[in-house]
Design a protein around this ligand. Structure first.
Ligand code: DLZ
Length: 164
């Protein structure tokens, strides 16, 4: 599996942009909050490390990952938000709930990104076990929150008009 081989906190410097004037919305799911709080910490600290101002990082929570899409839309529709980062953790259970939530939130976040023409990042873990989640939330495979923040930064660096 790809993420088993890759440290989620590693990245190249390509397209790392000046984000000192950029405004970020982070929407975090409360389900599995022991994990999502670590994803949030990773994303938040990564944005700060790259020059974002604390006053330009807006954090909101939603009950579960299924609600990330609407939370992302409410943030993305604000004209001063440049990028939205969605953080969640959906752990495979005994029922098909996992599949429905994972598919819905992936499609929902994609739709928000295309509708508002701004990055909406899928920072959602979909592990089989709690241990796999921990490995990817500041554990041996790094932190998916770091990766999500870097993705937002790189997408802002990609789009020429966002740097105008
Ligand atoms: C219901 C549910 C279940 C079973 N599992 C998770 C999960 O692993 N991760 C997560 O973020 N949310 C889960 N939820 C809650 C749903 O995302 C959603 O909040 C509810 O179905 C209400 O719409």
């Amino acid at each position: 599996m790809a993420s088993a081989l890759k440290n989620l906190s590693e990245y190249s410097a390509r397209n790392i942009s000046d984000i000192s004037q950029k405004k970020f919305g982070i929407v975090v799911a409360e389900w599995n909050d022991a994990i999502t709080n670590k994803l949030l910490e990773g994303a938040y600290q990564t944005l700060l490390k790259h020059g974002a101002q604390e006053s330009n990082i807006l954090v909101q929570t939603v009950p579960g990952s299924f609600e990330l899409s609407l939370g992302a839309q409410w943030l993305a529709q604000e004209s001063d938000i440049d990028a939205v980062i969605c953080l969640g953790c959906i752990i495979q259970g005994e029922t098909r709930h996992f599949d429905f939530i994972a598919a819905a939130v992936a499609q929902g976040i994609t739709a928000v990104s295309l509708k508002y023409n701004k990055p909406a990042v899928f920072g959602v873990l979909t592990p089989n076990t709690q241990a796999q989640a921990e490995d990817r939330a500041g554990g041996k495979h790094g932190n998916k929150g770091d990766e999500a923040a870097i993705t937002a930064i790189k997408m802002l660096g990609f789009y020429p008009l966002s740097n105008a």
